[in-house]
Design a protein around this ligand. Sequence first.
Ligand code: ZN
Length: 89
Amino acid sequence: MDYKFITDSNVVERIVKRELKNGREGFVFDKYGITIYYTVKCLHCGRYFTANELRVAKDNPGEYAVLCKYAPECDGNIEDMIPITELAY
Ligand SMILES: [Zn+2]
């Protein structure tokens, strides 16, 4: 797929938080909107990284896809991201 990655880190952070909050169970947010489970595992490639390393690509106009840190090498998207606690990690 031909991704158009968003490079503005403020935009990336906002979209990642919004999408994790709305679309994924297990991610817990405090009153500041920061996820408590900061480390994620990509089920697609099996690698661990922090939520702020997720990549965001523009899909259709006005729509964004949250992708694995290792996109486009890895096809993992937000559905493949599971939260890992410090203890579990
Ligand atoms: Zn991945």
